[in-house]
Design a protein around this ligand. Structure first.
Ligand SMILES: NC(=O)c1ccc[n+]([C@@H]2O[C@H](COP(=O)([O-])OP(=O)(O)OC[C@H]3O[C@@H](n4cnc5c(N)ncnc54)[C@H](O)[C@@H]3O)[C@@H](O)[C@H]2O)c1
Length: 377
């Protein structure tokens, strides 16, 4: 196996900028070409980042590429990832892996049959804050985790995304869009989920875009925009997860986990950095000492202050895992289990029953300071 994988980017929309701009931080990957259904989008990114613009078919047939990154919209993920595997290349997909469990299972089977790797975002659980929390939990500092709460709630996406329609269609909604960050983090801390129950609803059957350039356009809402779920983990912990785009303001923390010896307060799983706090039985909540993790260091300016953004770390980890012959942290098994949890939540909401998951996975290896440094160029 070579020491660097040639990477193609398929889907040159909003998030592609992050992949183009951050991939040079990492070892083991080199972006060489890109494509999009819209050739102008591919040409613009290619010119900006000095790579080759191709048609989708040319990209799939490009011999220089070992892995193609699927940055298309959720509803296209399955067909596009399948085409990549059938073209004989490894896949790294943006989340969600697929919008149905059957699609995800088919993809997993195809990857195994063709002996090709399929990795999937999110990789934010590899961030300094989340790995600090992981180390604290693994050391037994809060004892055995028995319960917790997660909340990700906002008024929606139509006020910032330039083309927000897909967020409200099949495969969108806050659970499939933002749930992956929370579920990946929970798998990182607690392992797999056994069963779920949920109540789901939507505040409005249509929404009006207020962002440019589609301002004023009315878009349909076809998926629940308000979800209250209960998750029972195989290890025994019971967690509340609420995900909503029907909430203008609230005072809930992103993630709190309660153990037999104390509690831990984990920052937003959508980001790599942030302050982790914890208390023991004395109830004295204190920030954990920063441990200088490379994926917790601020590297970008943001309206809310400097931010750590190392998206693409999961792709780099997959490339190095293939080169070194080890487990991929953002593996298809974990992403598929995430899809199982999320689609089970939606099914429970629709049918009013507890739903048992039918897939499982094991916790990814922790990514400490040395392991993270080993991924950087
Ligand atoms: N925008 C973000 O901040 C963000 C953050 C994290 C993850 N994501 C995820 O990344 C993915 C893409 O999101 P986005 O915001 O960049 O969307 P986007 O709509 O801005 O871009 C998607 C691009 O994919 C192209 N495309 C769609 N179907 C295609 C197909 N079948 N073949 C080739 N190209 C196709 C579109 O033409 C478009 O240029 C989604 O799964 C989303 O959940 C987005």
């Amino acid at each position: 196996m070579t020491k660097e994988l040639g990477v193609g980017i398929l889907g040159c929309g909003n998030i592609s900028t992050t992949y183009f701009s951050l991939s040079p931080l990492f070892k083991g990957i080199k972006v060489l070409a890109c494509a999009d259904l819209n050739p102008e989008a591919a040409k613009a990114k290619a010119a900006e980042y000095g790579v080759k613009a191709q048609t989708v078919d040319e990209l799939l047939a490009n011999d220089e590429l070992d892995v193609i990154v699927n940055l298309t919209i959720p509803d296209a993920h399955f067909a596009v990832s399948k085409a990549i595997v059938l073209a004989g290349k490894h896949v790294y997909s943006e989340k969600p892996l697929t919008v149905t469990l059957d699609q995800g299972k088919e993809l997993q089977a195809l990857g195994r049959e063709k002996n090709l790797a399929i990795g999937c975002a999110p990789d934010t659980f590899l961030g300094g804050a989340h790995q600090l929390a992981r180390a604290y939990i693994d050391e037994g500092r809060i004892g055995r985790i028995t319960s917790g709460t997660c909340h990700v709630m906002s008024p929606g996406m139509e006020m910032w995304h330039p083309n927000p329609g897909f967020f409200f269609l099949n495969g969108g909604g806050p659970i499939l869009d933002l749930g992956p960050y929370y579920i990946a983090n929970l798998i990182n801390f607690l392992g797999p989920v056994k069963r779920v129950a949920a109540l789901t609803s939507m505040a409005n059957p249509t929404r009006t875009i207020t962002s440019e350039p589609l301002k004023g356009q009315v878009i349909p809402v076809e998926t629940p925009t308000n979800i209250h779920a209960l998750l029972e983990f195989a290890e025994g912990a019971t967690i509340t997860l609420s995900a909503s785009w029907d909430v203008w303001s609230h005072r809930h923390a992103n993630m709190e986990l309660y153990g037999t010896e104390g509690s831990i307060y984990v920052p937003d799983p959508n980001f790599f950095g942030g302050v982790v706090e914890a208390s023991g039985r004395d109830k004295d909540i204190q920030p954990l000492k920063d441990w200088d993790h490379p994926f917790g260091k601020a590297n970008q300016e943001h309206p809310n202050g400097p931010r750590a953004n190392y998206r693409t770390a999961g792709l780099a980890d997959m490339a190095m895992a293939l080169i070194e012959g080890r487990d991929i942290r953002c593996s298809i098994d974990r992403a598929l289990h995430g899809v199982d949890v999320m689609t089970s939540i939606l099914k429970s909401g629709a049918e009013g029953n507890f739903v048992k998951t039918t897939t499982t996975c094991f916790k990814p290896a922790a990514l400490g300071i040395d392991e993270a440094l080993a991924l950087l160029a």
